[in-house]
Design a protein around this ligand. Structure first.
Ligand code: NAD
Ligand code: GLY
Length: 356
C-alpha cells in the first residue's frame, strides 16, 4: 500500500482529506479515524461489489458492518433507489452515529451521499470512488442527489464526506469507455482553470489512455487539487463553483434528450465542452486545440442530432438558470472560465443546430 498524495478540502470544522494511493483497499488502509460509531453500511453496486467489497470489509472488521448492492446504472439514480438505502438503515436499526461508505462510481456516490444527508437529518459518509470520473470529480465537494424525470440531479443536498479514499488500482478493471468518460472531466479542469495542466494533458493523453500509473496519479492529484480549491472557496455554488459545470449545460441536455444511460455523462460533457468553447467566442485556434485534445481522448466533439428546440427545452431546467435567463460557463481564454449570461443567441442557435 502506498499513499501518494493527500489533499485537503478546507471547509473549517468540516474539512476533510482526499487520500490518493495505490493498493489502499488490498493493503487495508485504516478508515477508523473517520468512523465515529460502531455501525457501517457499505453501499456498492452489483458490478463493483464483487470486485472490491471483500477488501473493504476486511479493513472494517470489529464493527457492525452491512452491505447493500444497488442495481447498476444511471437509470437507477432515482429517489426509489435512495429510499432503498433508508429502508435498510431503518430495518437494521442503525443509529445516528452510523457511517455510510460509498464504494463505486459517481452514481453510487451521489445516491449514497444523498441517503447520508437524509437519514436522521444527516449521518457521516465516506467516498471510495472506483471510476476515474468519480475519483477526479463526483466524490469531492459534497454534491449528492438523484435524477428526476424533469432533469438530471434535480433532487439532492450538499453533504460533505468525512474523507475520500482514492485507490488508483481500482482503475485496472474499469472498462475503456468509462476511462475515456472520466478523462472528459480531467480535461475540464485544464480548460477552466489551468492552462499548464491542459498542455500536460496534450503531452500525456496516450499514457493516460494506457492507464500509466504515474500519469494517472498526476492527473487525479491535479484534478482533485483544482476541485478542492474551488469547493473550499464556494461550497454551495453561490458563484465561482459553477465553473466546474463547464460543458454541462449542453451535456445534461444531451443526456436528458437521449434518455439517461445512452451516452455516458462524460461523453455528453465532452461534446458540451466543445459547444461551450464555440459559444465563448474563443479564437478558432483555441477551440480547435480543445477539440483535438478531446478527440485524442477518444471522446465525442459534437452533439448527436437532437435539434435546437429540444435542446433549448432541456436546457431550461438547468440549475444555473436565473429568472428564466440561461447562463453558461464560458471561457474568457483557455484556462480561465467565467459564468455568464452574456452570449450571442445567434451563435447559440448555430451551436445547437450543428450535430455530429
Ligand atoms: P457510474 O457510477 O455509472 O460507473 C460507471 C460504470 O462503471 C458502472 O457500470 C459501474 O458499475 C462501473 N464501475 C465502477 N467502478 C468500476 C471498476 N473499478 N471496475 C469496473 N467497473 C466499474 O458512472 P460515473 O461515470 O462514475 O459517474 C457518473 C455519475 O456521476 C452521474 O450520475 C453524474 O451525474 C455524477 N456526477 C456527480 C458529480 C458530483 O459533483 N456529485 C460530478 C460529476 C458527475
Ligand atoms: N461537478 C460539479 C461540482 O461539483 O460542482
Amino acid at each position: 500500500m502506498t499513499v501518494l498524495h493527500q489533499i485537503s478540502v478546507d471547509l473549517g470544522d468540516r474539512s476533510y482529506p482526499i487520500v490518493i494511493g495505490s493498493e489502499l483497499l488490498s493493503g487495508g488502509f485504516d478508515l477508523s479515524p473517520f468512523i465515529a460509531g460502531a455501525n457501517c453500511l457499505v453501499v456498492t453496486n452489483e458490478t463493483v461489489g464483487p470486485l472490491y467489497e471483500a477488501a473493504l470489509l476486511d479493513s472494517l472488521c470489529g464493527r457492525q458492518v452491512e452491505t447493500l448492492a444497488l442495481p447498476d446504472g444511471e437509470q437507477f439514480k432515482t429517489l426509489d433507489t435512495m429510499v432503498s438505502i433508508l429502508d435498510r438503515l431503518t430495518a437494521s436499526g442503525f443509529s445516528r452515529d452510523t457511517t455510510l461508505i460509498a464504494l463505486g462510481g459517481g452514481v453510487v456516490g451521489d445516491i449514497t451521499g444523498f441517503a447520508a444527508a437524509c437519514y436522521m437529518r444527516g449521518v457521516d459518509f465516506i467516498q471510495v470512488p472506483t471510476t476515474l470520473l468519480a475519483q477526479v470529480d463526483s466524490s469531492v465537494g459534497g454534491k449528492t442527489g438523484v435524477n428526476h424525470a424533469a432533469g438530471k440531479n434535480l433532487v439532492g443536498a450538499f453533504h460533505q464526506p468525512r474523507m475520500v479514499m482514492i485507490d488508483t488500482n481500482t482503475l485496472s478493471t474499469l472498462p475503456e469507455r468509462q476511462m475515456k468518460a472520466g478523462l472528459a472531466e480531467v480535461i475540464k479542469y485544464g480548460a477552466i482553470a489551468d492552462l499548464e495542466f491542459l498542455a500536460w494533458l496534450e503531452d500525456n493523453m496516450q499514457a493516460l489512455l494506457e492507464k500509466d500509473a504515474g500519469a494517472l496519479a498526476h492527473a487525479i492529484r491535479r484534478s482533485c487539487e483544482l476541485k478542492a480549491e474551488v469547493v473550499s472557496d464556494d461550497e454551495r455554488e453561490a458563484g465561482r463553483r459553477a465553473i466546474l459545470n463547464f460543458g454541462h449545460t449542453f451535456g445534461h441536455a444531451i443526456e436528458r434528450c437521449q434518455g439517461y444511460g445512452d451516452w455516458l455523462h462524460g461523453e455528453a460533457v465532452a461534446a458540451g465542452m466543445v459547444m461551450a468553447a464555440e459559444l465563448s467566442g474563443l479564437p478558432s485556434g483555441d477551440v480547435d486545440r480543445l477539440r483535438t485534445l478531446i478527440e485524442t481522448a477518444g471522446l465525442p466533439v459534437a452533439s448527436p442530432d437532437i435539434g435546437e428546440e429540444a435542446m433549448r427545452d432541456a436546457m431550461g431546467m438547468d440549475k444555473k438558470v436565473r429568472s428564466g435567463q440561461l447562463r453558461f460557463v464560458l471561457l474568457e481564454s483557455l484556462g480561465h472560465a467565467v459564468v455568464s449570461s452574456d452570449y450571442d443567441d445567434a451563435v447559440l442557435s448555430r451551436v445547437l443546430s450543428s450535430a455530429a
